[in-house]
Design a binder for this molecule. Structure first.
Ligand code: PMP
Length: 425
């Protein structure tokens, strides 16, 4: 009854806009497992939306945080800075793909990182325009809602959004959007909407997160790089969901050979502590004048301590390699499901441990199955499995387990998912 009572209290006390996927209230969590207030155990295939890549309560992250809390918790990096913020920026600069020297700023949330990318790009280029992609998700502030390419639930009732933002189809092989179509549409924006010389930046997720786990081919990112270079436009990679070993490399665009001008980092950066960053080419990052960037909590010392520990854990426990192994392992299970339910499983795809199962009706890509997706998420919760959905059509189950998850836990979770399919279909 505790969960039910808490859900009633929540609905009375918290606005419905901040919804929750299941009425399950957490008591404690460890690595890839969560226990609710009624003592029930769950296997966590969501990792707090790709945040605890190093698992819940990783001992090293926890120890680093505790040690920091003993020393001090806040001075504001813009008032009295501290070494950990400098060290974290150095690590981010070194980890960002590409040879150009980098600089960073530390902020608090993913949306704030994206918002700052646009500020920096505008300050550097002196131009207003931004091009983003259909199905993209960049946050819930006014600018980032404007950049987001999905109306419900992110934009409903919240306009007007900033002007000079235009959207282009994201290349998507499964849905029949070719690289060529996407690039042609981008060029059409320069003809129909805004001259290229007024565009400050193109922003892209190397793998769309909320939009459905679709990966932009390397060839497409390379073509964007060439278009940006031709027109003096900055290329921004939003790595908020894809970063920190999740896709099998530290950042997802690393494997494309493309160097971004600006990149966001959040979520997996600090094992759950609210810290985020913009990392970019040093001369671009230095365009805004002193005091133009930042905020009270940006680069919190507790977040910095956690993030430095996360960097160590990723290296020590070889989490990039592990993400690749987890992806291969989970996909094998998903193929078992496809064999038994060919008409319902439209597509299985993964970029490392960013794994997706797209559900359809009659095996038809054009008949999404959001009803089954919802039913599976809810049945899984009853069985003790935390599952997340995503996708512009609401018909994708995404799997984002901790990269430290034990393989027998992953197998147990997948067995639960198979049982859910058996019961619901
Ligand atoms: N960009 C991407 C790609 C994201 O996945 C998210 C969060 N889902 C954001 C931006 C926004 O991050 P936050 O919720 O921390 O503001």
């Amino acid at each position: 009854m505790k969960n039910a009572n808490l859900q009633v209290r929540k609905e009375n006390a918290m606005a419905r806009g901040q919804g929750n996927m299941a009425p399950v209230y957490v008591d404690r969590a460890q690595n890839a497992e969560v226990w609710d207030v009624e003592g029930k155990r769950y296997i966590d295939f969501g990792a707090g939306i790709a945040v605890v890549n190093t698992g819940h309560n990783h001992p090293k992250v926890k120890a680093a945080v505790m040690a920091q809390v003993e020393r001090f918790t806040h001075t504001c990096v813009m008032v009295s800075p501290y070494e950990s913020a400098v060290e974290l920026s150095e690590k981010l600069n070194a980890a960002a793909p590409g040879p150009t020297p980098k600089k960073s700023i530390l902020v608090t949330t993913g949306a704030e990182a994206v918002e700052n990318c646009v500020k920096i790009a505008r300050a550097y280029t002196g131009r207003p325009g931004v091009i983003a992609f259909n199905g993209g998700f960049h946050g819930r502030t006014n600018m980032t809602m404007g950049l987001t390419g999905k109306v419900a639930p992110y934009k409903v009732g919240f306009g007007p959004f900033p002007s000079d933002i235009f959207h282009v189809p994201y290349p998507n092989e499964y849905h029949g959007v070719s690289i060529e179509q996407s690039l042609n549409d981008l060029k059409m924006r320069f003809t129909c909407d805004i001259e290229a010389s007024r565009v400050a930046a193109i922003i892209i997720e190397p793998v769309q997160g909320e939009g459905g786990f679709y990966q932009a081919p390397a060839e497409f990112l390379q073509a964007l790089r060439a278009i940006c270079d031709e027109h003096g436009i900055l290329l921004i990679m939003d790595e908020i969901q894809t970063g920190f070993a999740r896709t099998g490399s530290m950042f997802a665009h690393e494997t494309s050979g493309v160097e971004a001008d600006l990149m966001t980092a959040a979520k997996g950066i600090a094992g759950g502590f609210p810290i985020a960053a913009v990392v970019g080419k040093a001369d671009i990052m230095d365009a805004p004048i002193p005091g133009g960037l930042g905020g009270t909590y940006g680069g919190s010392p507790v977040g910095c301590a956690a993030a430095l520990a996360v960097f160590d854990v990723i290296e020590e426990e070889k989490l990039c390699e592990r993400a690749t192994q987890i992806g291969e392992h989970m996909v094998t299970h998903l193929h078992d499901i496809k064999e038994m339910h060919t008409d319902l499983v439209g597509n299985i795809r993964n970029s490392g441990a960013m794994i997706a199962l797209e559900l359809v009706k009659d095996g038809d890509v054009n008949q999404p199955n959001p009803e089954l997706t919802k039913a599976l998420v809810s049945k899984a919760s009853e069985k003790g499995l935390i599952l997340l959905s995503c996708g512009i059509r609401g018909n994708v189950i995404r799997f984002l387990p901790a990269l430290t998850a034990e393989f027998d836990i992953l197998d147990e979770g997948m067995a639960m998912l198979k049982a859910c399919f058996a019961e619901l279909t």
